[in-house]
Design a protein around this ligand. Structure first.
Ligand SMILES: [Zn+2]
Length: 66
């Protein structure tokens, strides 16, 4: 199950929402996720990581690999 986690933007500054990868330790875009550091409730950003969104769409389009 994919989850959204806040993290620093890859480009520019500020915080964006990343989509978690397979093991929840890193986002799809490769950004490390520190889930204990920034609870989602404290995040004001409405922006999503464009790299994560693009990769997530690819995942939805592609059949799961064995
Ligand atoms: Zn990302």
């Amino acid at each position: 199950m994919r989850r959204m986690y806040p993290g620093p933007a890859l480009e520019g500054s500020g915080t964006v929402w990343h989509v978690s990868g397979a093991d929840d330790s890193a986002a799809l875009c490769g950004s490390p996720l520190d889930r204990d550091d920034a609870p989602p409730a404290a995040v004001e950003s409405q922006e999503h990581c464009p790299q994560c969104i693009e990769l997530f769409r690819d995942l939805l389009r592609s059949p799961p690999r064995p």
